[in-house]
Design a protein around this ligand. Sequence first.
Ligand code: OXD
Ligand code: MN
Length: 613
Amino acid sequence: MTTTSNDSLTIADGHAHVVATTRKDLLDWVAEIARLTKPMNIQWCDGSLSERQDLIALMVESETLIPLNGELRPNSFLARSNPDDVARVEGRTFICSESEKDAGPTNNWHDPDDMRSTLSGLFTESMRGRTMYVIPFLMGPVGSPVTRVGVEITDSPYVVVSMGTMTRMGRIALDVIESGADWVKAVHSVGAPLEAGEADVAWPCNSTKYISHFPESREIWSFGSAYGGNALLGKKSFALRIASAMARDEGWLAEHMMLVRITSPEGQVAHIAAAFPSACGKTNFAMMQPTLPGWTVETLGDDIVWMWIDENGLLRALNPEAGFFGVAPGTSEATNPVAIQTLWGNTIFTNVALTDNGDVWWEGLTKEKPAHLTDWTGKSWSPESGTPAAHPNSRFTVAIDQCPTAAPEWSDPRGVVVDAIIFGGRRSHTMPLVTEARSWAHGVYLGATMASERTAAAEGTLGELRRDPFAMAPFTGYNVGDHWAHWLSIGERLRVSGRFPRIFHVNWFRRGDDGQFLWPGFGDNIRVVKWMMERLQGTVGGVVSPVGTLPKLGDLDLHGLDMDVADANAILSVDGADIESDAVDAQTLLTTIGATVPDEVWSENAETIELCS
Ligand code: OXD
Ligand code: MN
C-alpha cells in the first residue's frame, strides 16, 4: 500500500505492496508519524520476496549496496557505512523511564518528557524527500506464549531488508496485529532529509544520534544511525531493552544469550543457553564443531534468548530472531566453519573488504592476506597499508535457515527445555575453565558479577576488566539490581517443579605464566560441555571451591589434546587470594547499584569471601 503523507491515508491502487490493516490504532500512529516526519511517500512492507528484490534493486542503483560476484557469492551484497556510523553507540542510548531509579546506574537515564521534546524536534520533517517504510514484525514464531509484535517505521531501505532477515516481517506480523495483539512502536530515521533535487548519499545518517527507549509506554525512537542495533530495532532495542522490561512485568526472561542443543554419542540431549559479553566467541559456541567424536552441536540462536516457565514448571527458551547479525573479522574455516558455510550466498555484508574478483574478505578469514583489496571505506588496500581492510565491527546479515547446523526447533513456538545456563567472560587470570554454581542464587551471583577484559573492538582501555552483569550491561531496560531480583524470583517459581537448569561459569581465555592461552577453545569446548552433561546426569563428582564446583582433573576429557598436566592443573586452579580480591572488587559494582541489589547477592558475595579463608 502506497499512501501520500497528508492527514488522511489514501491508498494508491495497483502498487505491488498492498497491505491492509483494519487496526485503527496502527493507522492512526502511522499517520501521526507521517505528519511529523513528512516523508515523500509511505510504503507498507509485506515481507515478500518481490518487495525485497525491489528494495535491493533500489539500493544497488543508489550505491548503498554493491552486488558481489554472483558466481562466488550468489545474491549477496556489500554495504559501506559512513565512517562515523559503524557500531552501536552506548553513550547515545537512553532509557527514559518515568523515574531515574528505574533505569538504574548502569543505564543512561533521560527524563521522558524532555526526551520527547528533543525527539519531536529532531524528527520534524526528518524524512523529507524519502520513503517512509512501515515494517510490522514478530519477535518469536507465531503461536508462542512469548512471541511479541512490533512495528518499525523507518526511512532506510537497508533497515527494511535487514529487518526482513532478522525478524519475521510483513504480512505474517500484520495478521497477528489484526487478530488483536498489542504491538510495540519503533520509530527510526536516519535523520538526513533530502531537499528537492538533492542527490542522496550511499549511507545517509546524522552526526547527532539518539537511541531512546520508553520502557513504560514500550516505545523506541532511534535517530541518526542506520547501523546494526541502533537501527534494526527488533534486536537490542526491542528483544532486549523493551522486552526485558516486559519480561519483568510479566514473569519471563529476555536475555543476551545463545542457545544450542548438544547430543552425546550415547544420545543424551541437553539444551544450553549461554551469556557472554561481546567478543567472547558466543557465535562460535553457537555453531561449534565438536572435536570429540560422536558429539553434535545444533544451533538454536546466537544472540538473544527469551525464556518462560511452562505449565509444568519447566524453564523453556526460544530465540526470538530469525537471522544472524554477526561480527565478520575472526570468522574463518578454522574458527567457525559453520558460519563460513552459512554465508555462501543471500548475505548482506556491511563494512567488510572487497576482493578484486568481487568477493568479500576480512581480517582472519584467510591466513594469507590478499595482495590487493578495496577496504571498507572504498580505498585501494594492500597488506602494506597498515590499516584494517575490514572494519573491526564489520558484519554479516543472514537468515538462520541457511545455517547447516540449525536445529529445526529453532522456530518451534514451544521452544526447548533449558537444562543448563552458562555465564562466561574473557579473563586472563582468576576464573578457572569451568565451575558449577552451588545453587540458583549462587548462579545468579556469578551472572551478576561476571566480567570480561576489554578487547580492541570494545570501547574503553584494552585489557581493562569490565563487569557486565548477565552480559546485559548495555541491554537491560530497567534497574540492574531489579534484574537480579527478577532472576531470583524465577528461581523461586522453579522450586515448584524442582527442575532447575544447572548454572555454570566458564572462562576459555585463561593465560599461563608465559602469557599464552591455556585452553584451545573452539571445538574443544565440547570437552567442558561433556563434563557439564555428566554433572546433569550425576555421573561425576567435583571439587568444592569458593567459585563453585570444579571438575576433578581426571574427569575432564583431555584425550588427544596436546596439553601437559601442569597446564591442565593451572586452568582448573582457583587461588583463594585472587578470588577474594575479585569478590571485593565486585563489591564496587554492588555498592554502585545500591538499594536494589538483592540481599541474596550480597550473601553470596560474603560466602565467596568466607570460602576463600
Ligand atoms: C552484538 C553485541 O552486536 O552484543 O550482538 O554487541
Ligand atoms: Mn549481542
